[in-house]
Design a protein around this ligand. Structure first.
Ligand code: DLL
Length: 435
């Protein structure tokens, strides 16, 4: 059967046509926002920009940015561009850091979002012959509802598992021969670990593909998940503010995620100056939603750090690709003056043969930062002598110094002593912020 939701006429459109389409949509969207969102109208007025000044994407840089602080100021209705009667759904971030975001959707917005997730599933090889196990959280978090909607659109048999209850996940997966697993990469690693413990070999596991996102994960972690589950693991990206998962997704090339450019216009900026950077530069990702009706953010600063490239892709899609985000500007730790991303530590651990089960603890003693990394031993190391363990800790700390420029104190802890994640993993405990 022909693949539904490989929307060829859109996804393989020549680049000049994509840009033309984006320009037309942008002009309309700016007018819609200016007329319906007083909060953004004020920002534009302050900058001296009127909708008439925006003729196409070349004028995008004239528009003001929106930040998470604006979302907080405008909470809950201040950025709504449609009457509430026209809205059918809200989704929200967890707000664990006190920064809850509430996003609104019209039915058209939900359809657009589910289309994007459907494209992601098809790009991972999905069709109506597949059984798609959705083990992202359902509820306010966008992961479960987004992939669920996409899976329906593709026509997969959808298993709406939500996250957690790993025993039950495994039972449904094996009893119903799930072929596609959607969850966070850390939860996929945990499910893989549990399957292995139950004696499953990769070839016994019915899955063929995984669609994993919602948190940063490294290439090394991809490889490990692929090997354990015997699948191809595809990345998917998105954020509540712009809809949820499906803003971008990986194709069979697995070399970055195609951004759904018919709906989202992406820029990379210097996070310090706000200057727009040329293609290929590393910087902060900024999105403008071109079609969203209820919550249409213009130039929203994601804080995610990555690179955009428009290279020809063997899959035929022409949409620009974003590299795996290497972290967020607010995830970046500054320890003893050195910039440290958790993803760098993960890379070293996996290269050195450890599992991606670790926790970074940063504190301050007097005027000095302390930097500790707890890493789970592999089961075979657990029986090693104390001196052997100390040596391994030293070796790991030195490998991290090569990557980071500073030495953490590495502590090998017993297998399974670090709490497993069923959603987004908590990798960092920064006690300095509590002072
Ligand atoms: O995490 C939406 C989502 C659900 C994406 C399921 C993919 C799959 P939020 O909770 O609003 O939304 O968090 C958004 O998560 O700004 C990134 O920092 C991070 N993030 C999302 N996907 C990826 C990814 C969902 N593939 C924030 N790689 C974003 C790295 C990611 N980071």
């Amino acid at each position: 059967m022909e693949k539904r939701y490989f929307q060829k006429e859109i996804e393989t459109m020549p680049v000049d046509q994509i840009k033309q389409m984006q320009s037309e949509k942008l002009v309309k969207q700016v007018k819609h926002v200016y007329e319906n969102v007083p909060y953004y109208r004020n920002l534009m007025d302050e900058k001296g920009v009127k909708p008439e000044d925006i003729h196409g994407i070349e004028d995008l840089h004239k528009l003001p940015f929106l930040t998470k602080a604006d979302l907080r100021d405008a909470y809950p209705y201040g950025l709504l561009a449609k009457p509430l009667e026209d809205c059918v759904r809200i989704q929200s971030t967890s707000g664990t850091t006190g920064r809850r975001v509430v996003a609104f959707y019209t039915q058209k917005d939900v359809d657009l979002w589910e289309d994007c997730c459907a494209r992601a599933i098809v790009a991972a090889g999905g069709s109506n012959k597949d059984v798609c196990q959705v083990a992202y959280g359902y509820g306010l978090f966008t992961g479960g509802p987004g992939l669920n909607g996409g899976s329906h659109k593709v026509g997969c048999l959808t298993l709406p598992m939500s996250s957690g209850f790993t025993e039950r996940q495994i039972q449904f997966m094996t009893d119903l021969s799930a072929t596609i697993l959607c969850c966070t990469p850390s939860y996929a690693a945990y499910i893989g670990e549990s399957l292995k413990e139950q004696g499953y070999k990769p070839e016994d596991i019915p899955l063929k593909a995984g669609i994993f996102g919602a948190e940063p994960w490294t290439e090394e972690m991809r490889q490990q998940i692929q090997d354990t589950l015997g699948i191809k693991a595809y990345d998917i990206y998105g954020l509540t503010e712009t809809t949820g998962p499906g803003v971008s997704f990986e194709c069979e090339e697995q070399t970055g995620m195609h951004i759904n450019e018919d709906h989202f216009l992406a820029e990379i900026i210097d996070p310090d100056t706000g200057e727009v950077l040329p293609e290929g530069s590393k910087g902060e990702l900024v999105f403008t939603s071109l079609d969203k009706e209820a919550f249409p953010l213009l130039r929203y600063r994601t804080r995610d750090i990555c690179v955009l490239t428009r290279k020809e892709c063997s899959c035929g899609r022409t949409f620009i690709k974003m590299a795996k985000p290497m972290g967020r500007t607010d995830d970046m730790l500054i320890i003893r003056g050195v910039n440290v991303f958790p993803s760098q530590i993960e890379t070293v651990l996996l290269k050195e043969g450890y599992q991606p089960n670790y926790q970074i603890i940063v504190d301050r003693k007097g005027n000095n930062d302390t930097f500790d990394v707890n890493v789970e031993m592999n089961p075979e190391q657990f029986t090693d002598t104390v001196s052997g363990v100390t040596q391994q800790e030293k070796a790991l700390s030195n490998a991290m110094k090569v990557m980071l420029g500073i030495n953490p104190a590495v502590h090998l802890v017993p297998p399974k002593s670090i709490t497993r994640s069923e959603g987004k993993a908590v990798r960092v405990i920064d006690k300095r912020k509590l002072v």
